[in-house]
Write a protein that binds this ligand. Sequence first.
Ligand SMILES: Nc1nc2c(ncn2[C@@H]2O[C@H](COP(=O)(O)OP(=O)(O)OP(=O)(O)O)[C@@H](O)[C@H]2O)c(=O)[nH]1
Ligand SMILES: [Mg+2]
Length: 200
Amino acid sequence: MGSNGSEAPHYLAPQVEETVKIVVLGPFGVGKTTLVRAVSEIKPISTEERLTQAGEAVDTLPDLMDKTTTTVALDFGRLTLSGNIVLYLFGGPGQNRFRFMIDELLRGALGAVILVDTARTAESWPYMDRVEEAGLPYVIAVNDFDRSPSYPEAELRQKLDLLPSTPLVQCDVRRMDSAKEPLLALVRYLMSRLDPEPAS
Ligand SMILES: Nc1nc2c(ncn2[C@@H]2O[C@H](COP(=O)(O)OP(=O)(O)OP(=O)(O)O)[C@@H](O)[C@H]2O)c(=O)[nH]1
Ligand SMILES: [Mg+2]
């Protein structure tokens, strides 16, 4: 983690010690924009464009009738943890044709949250591959859609072929406290990797 020290920009609290770039990824309509908006303490920046009838053939999104827009570049938000760690959150686009953005977003990131809808688990695999290729740690966040099946954690881990050490959390990205959970899990995971055996 890069130290901010005395060079902290004036609009951050003076006690800020660490700034962490985190990328939120996952397939089309899994809830990336909703998560960033739910947790951001600043007015989030979004790049939403209306979904059009012309896109229907490529934008398959079953049972999400209230979704009328899609991210075409990124979401941006900020979240301060415990007064001295600031997370800069970058949500990615979920449509295949905007995937070139993801490598850009991963640059300089310390880790990623990868969202999963259990009704279409396999759609998250390419994002896991991408982040692994970039050599970055990630946590899996299952967004609890009412219409999607629930699996025991062990089964879900198997479906996703997760390493035992990879954190897996459930959340509802529409609720601030719940949407923070995967971010907290990622920060704890990053810290445990920095100092795997902290002195007691
Ligand atoms: N039922 C239910 N609906 C949800 C939940 N989370 C998000 N939604 C809805 O699902 C949709 C998710 O939309 P976005 O947050 O735009 O998803 P996204 O991953 O950013 O989508 P793209 O940027 O287009 O890939 C929205 O219509 C939300 O209201 C959830 O936990 N349960
Ligand atoms: Mg989005």
